[in-house]
Design a protein around this ligand. Structure first.
Ligand code: FES
Length: 198
């Protein structure tokens, strides 16, 4: 065997060895992936199984979906309470948990239909805020010409006429908005503003 033939044989053996190594390593890679998947799900539970780049699982609105019609709001500052249900992915026997959020939907002075979570953003007590039409009756809250949403815990006060902005009290974050869809006839609560805390 001359040098050239020896070199060609060595290259073929090397290629075969590389292919065999790749075939032998594939199960290891698959096993590692399967082991890593639950760990990634533990770190970020909203990830879909074996899909770390896809859109994460989001809570879905659950029936009964709060639905209203225009006549439900005959005048500015008609305010109606409702309960919003959402199904969250959870590691329990049902693989889901339905959570409820109390809310208010109202027609503002700007004639907009807006909805807010009633859960105060201030402290861990997470009290539901109340709708106050006349702020002059209350000493502990900032006076306002338009109705406000006020927490009975420490009088955090929010402006529903301005995206739930904090008007007074210890709260530092606005109330969490809820999304309202209108199809020409019905106003439907479709979701909670993301990244909120309450
Ligand atoms: S929960 Fe404490 S001020 Fe609202």
């Amino acid at each position: 065997m001359n040098d050239k033939e020896h070199c060609t044989d060595a290259k073929a053996v090397l290629t075969r060895r590389t292919i065999l190594k790749l075939i032998a390593g594939a199960p290891l890679v698959a096993t590692f992936g399967l082991l890593a998947s639950p760990f990634l799900r533990f770190l970020r539970p909203t990830l879909k199984p074996l899909d770390i780049v896809g859109q994460s699982d989001q809570p879905l609105a659950e029936p009964p979906i709060p639905t209203f019609i225009d006549k439900d709001f005959p005048a500015p500052w008609t305010c109606l309470p409702f309960t919003f249900y959402q199904k969250y992915l959870e590691y329990n026997p049902e693989l889901a948990e339905v959570r409820t959020t109390p809310g208010f939907i109202m027609r503002t002075a700007k004639n907009e239909i807006v909805a807010f979570s009633r859960i105060c953003t201030q402290c861990r007590h997470q009290q539901p805020v109340n709708f106050l039409r006349d702020t002059h009756e209350h000493n502990c809250i900032t006076q306002s010409k338009t109705p406000v949403l006020c927490c009975p815990c420490d009088c955090s006060t929010f402006d529903p006429n301005d995206n739930g902005r904090v008007l007074g009290g210890p709260a530092s974050r606005p109330l969490r908005r809820m999304t309202v869809a209108f199809d020409g006839e019905y106003y439907t609560i479709t979701g909670l503003e993301q990244n909120g805390i309450a």
